[in-house]
Design a protein around this ligand. Structure first.
Ligand code: CTP
Length: 394
């Protein structure tokens, strides 16, 4: 997924230290070479062996180092690192770095590296809000150090509030996006739609479809990592909002239509991956429809074709649509490409068992208005997104 880059993870002594294991496991899955430095107190929470097993590299831990060995080692790790991630970052390490103190392996390495340094703080709320800690964070941020803000929630100490380590997936994504070399969408505004829309029948029922939004969210993340300013108009999904992406949540076709049209004028690239409902009940019932003796027929009326409208309004925008097909994939997709005045269409076979809806993988055929035709093998949706941008942003 990426050329082998080195992420140096600094683990500090906090209850969230165990979550660093998950971060490391995720980084490994993304093909990073991961090295770990543990502070002395962190090994009270998790054993170095756990980090060693997951990172598949020797863990540097002051406790076991030969006296003064770190004075040499820190230079090689500091040089090797493409990025240094401190997770969890305690008030102590933040304070030390802000104060220019280098008295152990981790603080010395941070001081010696020229790579970007990212702190993912986790601590008690009052500690996090302490003006000294906030001052230190402010000072370091101004110096170019990066912070992944903690979440609010129930903390290990029993308190409720800010200080909980950011989501591990978010931390990993953040790291990946910083390490992503290709910034070919810089200064571009990318509008992406994702997920299903719903068409309400009555206060408890609605019509929807099987879309989970994974493809659209992957496209939004890929565009963000390549430097674009991304707006994601999303139907209801259970996915986490990607960081650094402006999200607009909608439910119905009309809501998506309104939002997309508002954003369209200013966008450079528009990718409609949402599974928009084509029909809605002709009449919405304000009260719950009661069971009848006989069958119930529901009259449906045609709703907006958002993409078709965009094709009509298109000026400078590059317009990409999706085609969900159960048969005659290429022919049907080609028709949509022409009828909706698109630049590209991404067609997928919705009857395929292990790809498409809800899957993490997809197998698509991409066609362009100039006759380009690219068949991609089954691959993670994120890589489909990458290939799509490689093609359309040539
Ligand atoms: N689309 C849209 N508005 C709709 C239906 C679809 O904007 N009411 C967009 C989708 O986001 C997708 C493309 O049009 O990018 C094709 O969607 P698809 O459901 O495959 O095709 P439809 O145009 O709905 O045609 P059909 O359902 O008959 O295949």
């Amino acid at each position: 997924m990426n050329s082998k880059k080195t992420v140096l993870v600094g683990v500090c002594g906090g209850i969230a230290a165990y979550k660093a294991l998950d971060v490391i496991s995720r980084l490994k899955k993304e093909n990073y070479d991961v090295h770990v430095i543990m502070t002395k107190s962190s090994s009270q929470f998790v054993t170095p062996l756990s980090f060693q097993s997951l990172s598949q590299n020797m863990v540097v831990n002051d406790m076991f180092a030969e006296p003064k060995a770190w004075e040499i080692q820190h230079i090689s790790l500091a040089k090797k690192a493409d990025l240094v991630l401190i997770v969890p970052a305690t008030a102590n390490i933040i304070g030390k770095v802000a104060g220019g103190i280098a008295d152990d392996m981790l603080s010395t390495t941070i001081m010696a590296t020229t790579a970007p340094v990212v702190f993912a703080p986790a601590m008690n709320t009052n500690m996090y809000k302490n003006p000294i800690v906030q001052d230190n964070i402010h000072k370091l941020s101004n110096l170019g150090y990066k912070f992944i803000a903690p979440q609010s929630g129930r903390l290990a100490c029993g308190d409720d509030g800010e200080g909980k380590l950011a989501d591990t997936e978010l931390i990993t994504n953040y790291v990946s996006s910083l390490l992503y070399d290709k910034k070919d969408l810089k200064n571009k505004k990318v509008l992406v739609t994702a997920g299903p829309t719903i068409a309400p029948i009555d206060p408890v029922r609605f019509i929807t479809n099987k879309s989970t939004g994974k493809m659209g969210y992957s496209i939004a993340e890929e565009a963000r990592d390549r430097g674009a300013e991304v707006t994601l108009v999303s139907g209801p999904t259970s996915l986490k909002t990607p960081f650094g992406v402006k999200i607009i949540n909608v439910a119905t076709n009309q809501e998506m239509y309104d939002q997309v049209l508002e954003q369209f004028k200013d966008s450079d690239i528009v990718i409609m991956s949402a599974a928009v409902a084509d029909y809605k009940p002709s009449q919405y019932s304000n009260i719950k429809i009661k069971k009848k003796e006989n069958n119930l027929s529901l009259a449906l009326e045609k709703d907006n074709d958002i993409l078709k409208k965009l094709g009509e309004l298109k000026e400078h925008q590059l317009l990409v649509g999706f085609a969900a097909e159960s048969n005659d994939l290429a022919q049907n997709a080609q028709l949509k490409l022409i009828n909706k005045n698109l630049d590209y269409i991404v067609a997928n076979d919705i009857l395929s068992n292990d790809t498409g809806f809800a899957s993490d993988e997809n197998k698509v055929l991409i066609m362009g208005r100039l006759g380009e035709k690219i068949q991609l093998d089954k691959m993670p949706k994120r890589i489909v997104a990458r290939e799509l941008f490689n093609l359309i942003n040539k």
